[in-house]
Design a protein around this ligand. Structure first.
Ligand SMILES: C[S@@+](CC[C@H](N)C(=O)[O-])C[C@H]1O[C@@H](n2cnc3c(N)ncnc32)[C@H](O)[C@@H]1O
Length: 283
């Protein structure tokens, strides 16, 4: 007698460039968090994606920066949610989106949304996500002016999210992105983080990056310095893991709030080297 076995779908081995590979870190962070008993966020899609990829995610196990990635995600969610409260039919651009699921968390039925990333990252993303009437993927570098043309055809105002993206670019490239936004999308808000010397200088010992080829390139100790790059750039918000806005901090499970208080006390200088910022960019 022959027994027929149900074939398990083959896992897909991601083919990604060095910086693009870092998109697997926040993906795994959300999957790991989802499986916890008291998670700070739940993302069943992340669990599915991790399970369907042929990649050794165990290399990230136990890394404290996975918790940091999720805190950062909650903060950027908070900023986008706040924007959508004031502009429910505005446009959000997720720059360097990777396998991010922010649209799934925040879609209000009216927002227009773009997910922008380099071509290999978008090819991987297309295995899991589809374009829709209000949501489109764009395969391009953030430094390529072409993406702004697509965005300009969508209703303003614009909120641009660059979570864990621009720190991997050289400062000249980051400056060119700010110029692009100022010239083509004046009035847009841009959320990004800055990594100071203490963080960039210690990345070879970072619990996750140390084992990867990607490296942070843009070092910025004070996000207010970006205002001097050209007239019209204004830093509207800036915080660290120690100074998260109350709506984010107060919704964290108790254990995480305790951990943040402890880390803020004993690792303050490390924490302060990593800042989360929103800029208003005028032409
Ligand atoms: C650490 S991952 C962050 C992914 C996503 N933002 C998240 O939080 O899940 C960095 C992302 O930046 C993207 N990226 C790097 N350089 C880029 C560029 N020049 N243009 C667009 N995306 C870029 C990578 O492909 C990758 O998806």
């Amino acid at each position: 007698m022959t027994i027929e076995r149900c074939a398990m779908p083959a896992k897909h081995a991601p083919e990604l460039g060095q910086i693009q590979e870092t998109l697997l870190i926040p993906l795994y962070a959300r999957a790991v968090e989802t499986r916890k008993r008291r998670p700070m966020l739940r993302d069943p899609r992340a669990v599915e994606m991790v399970e369907s990829l042929d990649y050794d995610f165990s290399r990230f196990d136990g890394a404290r920066s996975l918790v940091g990635a999720n805190l950062r995600t909650l903060l950027f969610d908070h900023w986008v949610r706040d924007f959508l409260t004031r502009h429910p039919a505005g446009t959000v651009v997720e720059i360097g989106t990777g396998l991010n699921t922010r649209f799934e968390r925040l879609d209000n039925g009216r927002v227009h949304w773009f997910d922008l990333d380099l071509p290999d990252a978008v090819a991987l993303r297309r295995r899991f996500f589809e374009d829709g009437p209000r949501r489109r993927m764009l395969a391009a570098s953030v430094t390529d002016p072409a993406w702004t043309e697509a965005v300009r055809s969508s209703p303003g105002p614009y909120f641009l999210v660059a979570e864990a993206v621009l720190i991997y670019l050289e400062e000249d490239a980051v400056r060119s992105v700010l110029d692009l936004v100022a010239d083509r999308l004046p009035g847009a808000r841009l959320a990004l983080e800055t990594a100071g010397a203490r963080m960039v200088g210690s990345q070879d010992r970072h619990d996750v990056l140390a084992g990867m080829a990607a490296r942070m390139r843009w070092q910025c100790d004070d996000p207010a310095d970006v205002e001097a790059w050209r007239p019209g750039i204004a830093l509207t918000t800036s915080c660290t893991f120690s100074t998260l806005p109350a709506p984010v901090r107060d919704r964290l499970p108790t254990g995480y709030r305790r951990l943040l208080r402890l880390l803020s006390a004993v690792r303050r200088r490390d924490i302060d080297a990593y800042r989360f910022n929103v800029f208003r960019v005028d032409g």
